[in-house]
Every structure is written in C-alpha cells, then in structure tokens.
Design a protein around this ligand. Structure first.
Ligand code: DMJ
Length: 493
C-alpha cells in the first residue's frame, strides 16, 4: 500500500523532471505564488501501537499478523523509552534547553532558555499519542517561550529545531500560538540573509538583528527552505521562501565545474575557503533539502539542482570498495580523493537516496553504515572505511542511520531493517541509558558516557526508531516531508 503510494510520488516526480540548467535566483520559480489556506495535518495516525493488548497477541498464527504484533510491542517499547527520557528532562531540566543526564542538571545554549527540548520533542509526543505530555508541553511553550532576547543564535540550528518544530506542531494541533511564535522567530532570523550574496551569516541577534560570522558551510546555507518556505505557505508572505531559496541557489551556482560544492565558503565574497567535498556534516542536509524541497513544494529548480548534484556525487564521491559502498571526500574542483572517511552524520544519505528513488545504492549504503555501527556495538562518529577503523569515537545519540533504516523499511518492507531497528534499540538501552534519561558516549570503544542528551534524541532518534515499528501507514510520505530535525511538515498547499 505504502510502496504503491511512494511509487506514485516517484512517477509524478519523474514526469515533472526537467533538464539541468544554470539557475538564477531572480528567475527561479519560488512556487510562492500558489498559497493556499493553512490546513491542519490529517496525514498521520497516532499511536495505534498503544492499543495492542495481551489478549490480542497471538490472535492469528499468520506470520504477517505475528510480525505486526511484535512490531507493535517494539514500538510501544520505544515509546516507553521516550517517556523515560522525557520524564527525566521534566524532573531535572524543566523549562531549560537540554537535560544533562549524568549531573542531573540542565544547560541553556545561550544563557537563557529557548525551550529546545520541549519544542524538538513535541511532534514526537503527538505522533506517539502521548496526549497528556503533549498538552502540557505545548502549554509550556505557548506561555513561556519568548524570542525577544538579546542573544546571537545560530541561524541553522534555530531554524531546523525551533522553526521546524513550531511549524510541525502548529500543523498537527492548529494551536495558533505556535504559529505566532514561528512567525515571530522567522522575522527575527530574516536579517541573517542580509549579505552581499544573499547567503546567510552564521549568527543573528534575535533582538537587534546584528549578524556575524561570514564563513559558513553548505548545510548552514542550504538547509533553511523547508522551514522558511513552509512559513511562507502558511502566512501567505513569500519573503521567507524567497530569501531561503535565493541562499540555496546562490550556493548551487558556486558549484565547481564538475558539479560539487566545498565544505567552507565566505558568504560576503562568495569564495570557497575549503574545497573538500563529501556528504558529511557541514554539507549533508544541503543535499537533503534539494530533494525534499522538490517533494514538498514541487519547486522544479530544486529538482534540477538535486538531479545535477546527485550525478556529480555518484560520479566523483561514491566509492565502491572491498568494504562496501561509501561516499568519501574529494577535491571539489578535480574530483581527486582526499580521504576515506564515513561517519554517523553521513548515514542520512542512504535514506535520501531511497527517498530520491535509488533504492539499490541506498540499501548498499545502509549496509555499510550498519557495518560501521557494528565495529564497536554502537555507532562511532567517524571511521576510515578503507580498513574499518574508528577515527572519532564519540556517539552523541545521533539518528541518521535509524532514519535511513526507517525509509528503507517503508520502501522495501524488508525485515532486515526491523532487525537493524532491534540492534539500535538494544544498544541504546544497553550503553546510553542512565537513571536520568539517556547520555551521549564519549567513546564507543570504552562506552564512557558524557553529560549530554541533545534535543535531537527526542526529535529524531526515538521518532525514527518508533516509526520503523509503527504501522506502515502511520506517516503518508506522499504528503509529508521530514525536515532535517525530523519535524513532520504536511504538504497542505
Ligand atoms: C540534527 O540536528 C540534524 O539531523 C542535523 O541535520 C544534523 N545533526 C543533528 C543530528 O545528528
């Protein structure tokens, strides 16, 4: 059923494909002229897994029914772990950005709280059917969160976590207070785009609009359009879409002759500072958004940019080796290989490939990432894939390999991805669970913990893990796109 839906979407995507051409922001089709009325999100099924009782277990000896029951039990287990982590946040960090699980305290990124964990966690709670917690969380956000703060914030992080989280939860609940917060935040972030090229500065002051740090990377420039574009669609004000789209196009237009981008760029001069090219952190979600902005907005420029970029990546960056398929690091101008590194962040790319229709490479790549996970029984931040040795041993509770397993399970229904899901869940519980939430690992080799539970653990890691086991029609991928922080955005236009 799901596969049929996705094939339908891919057919639509293919039918609308056009040939690659250079893009000029002024002429680009922003798609911002066809704004519909905001609609609430009808496209998710919440927590049907909650209601599988023991009397229903074994209701049939049919193996599909048994799989469904087993999956429902595992999804309920994931939900219990989410609740455990959330309750620890409530007990020790309520009203603050993040829980510090070892010291049983909290941290605020910028001295004052921007309610990072409450906003990031809210749509996961709604999805899991945790209504009491979601209502309490929503009330906290709506009554306490204020962006009228004299602080310089990272445009990228605040966009993907807070703007994305508020918009998603607004679509899911219809609570206009969340939309008002999102619009206020969007307006306060807009000055970030006031650069000579239109690409954003790294930091923007929420009260004064002062900007700083012109040296940035493709991910921070090109991972804004889902959130800003959705704000435009809902508010009928094209300014957000146009600014974020221009930034993405300006970056794309600075690709090398062989179609690749580097890992550091100055947004005042437009000059590249670092020509290393890969799909790793710092570039990763730029590629993700080229594809997803096509799927969410039907923006043909995004489709052209995605197709051309994917071709360049598969030509120069993909590396088929004795240890599997990987995407390495090459010089953006020559395509010459610089490094054979792969990491936890890179693991998103299997899911993006699957979403883009290349299931075969996606499966191969996910197998490679799973090989990385299994080196130490839980995923290191980075390995050298030429010899499968760990080059960066931390694990900050990242979601990407789980996200990719979710997409692949959706598209293939292959039980291999359920097995992966069990491996992920068991390892998280075994190595990261503390008596007050979940902790990052300083080293996957020693399993030494770190006093950190990033908000994306509740926004993404446990959401994708839950979705692997939830009924396949829980999310309709034909009408819903996840932003890079796993916030659900419904295509209501
Ligand atoms: C999240 O904030 C987002 O997924 C981002 O795109 C990359 N890093 C973290 C999770 O690892």
């Amino acid at each position: 059923m799901k596969i049929v839906r996705c094939l339908g979407l891919l057919a639509m995507v293919a039918a609308l494909a056009t040939s690659a051409q250079p893009l000029h922001p002024a002429a680009a089709d922003s798609g911002s002229h066809s704004l519909d009325s905001p609609q609430m999100m009808p496209a998710i099924r919440t927590a049907s897994v909650a209601y599988v009782t023991s009397s229903q277990k074994g209701i049939s000896d049919d193996s599909a029914a048994q799989t469904r029951t087993a999956n429902a039990e595992t999804a309920a287990r994931v939900r219990d772990e989410f609740l455990f982590a959330w309750n620890a946040y409530k007990q020790y960090a309520w009203g603050h950005d993040e829980l510090k699980p070892l010291s049983k305290s909290y941290k605020d990124w910028y001295g004052v709280s921007l309610y990072m964990t409450p906003v990031d966690a809210l749509d996961t709670m709604i999805l899991m059917g945790l209504k009491t917690q979601a209502d309490e969380d929503r009330e906290l956000i709506a009554t306490k969160l204020s962006f009228d703060q004299d602080i310089s914030v990272k445009n990228f992080e605040i966009t993907i976590r807070l703007l994305g989280g508020l918009l998603s939860s607004y679509q899911l609940t219809g609570d206009k207070r969340l939309l008002a917060l999102a619009q206020d935040l969007g307006n306060r972030l807009l000055p970030a785009f006031n650069s000579p090229t239109g690409m954003p500065y790294v930091f923007v002051n929420l009260k004064t609009g002062a900007v700083r740090d012109p040296n940035t990377n493709p991910a921070e420039v090109g991972t804004l359009l889902i959130e800003f574009g959705t704000l435009s669609k809902i508010t009928h004000n094209p300014v957000y879409y146009d600014k974020a789209k221009r930034a993405m196009v300006e970056l794309y237009n600075r690709r090398s002759k062989i179609g690749l981008v580097g890992s550091e760029i100055n947004i005042e001069t437009g000059a590249w500072i670092n020509p290393s090219s890969n799909v790793s952190g710092g570039i990763d979600s730029y590629y993700e958004y080229l594809l997803k902005c096509w799927l969410l907005f039907g923006d043909k420029d995004c489709k052209r940019m995605w197709d051309a970029s994917l071709k360049a990546l598969n030509t120069y960056v993909a590396d088929e080796t004795a240890t599997g398929l990987w995407y390495g690091t090459v010089d953006m101008n020559t395509g010459k290989q610089i490094a054979t590194h792969w990491g936890a962040l890179d693991a998103f790319f299997a899911g993006t490939l699957a979403l883009g229709g290349d299931r075969s490479r996606a499966q191969e790549l996910e197998d490679s990432s799973f090989r990385m996970w299994n080196i130490a029984g839980i995923e290191p931040e980075e390995i050298d894939y030429s010899n499968l040795t760990i080059t960066a041993p931390g694990y900050p509770l990242r979601p990407e390999i789980i996200e990719s397993a979710y997409y692949l399970h959706q598209f293939t229904n292959n039980p291999e991805y359920l097995d992966m899901g069990h491996t992920f869940l068991d390892a998280l519980v075994k190595y990261c669970k503390t008596d007050a939430g979940y902790a990052a690992l300083r080293s996957v080799q020693t399993k030494e913990k770190e006093d950190d539970m990033e908000s994306f653990f509740l926004a993404e890691t446990l959401k994708y893990l839950y979705l692997i086991f939830a009924p396949p029609d829980t999310i309709d991928l034909k009408t819903t796109v996840f932003n890079t922080e796993a916030h659900l955005i419904h295509r209501a236009w």
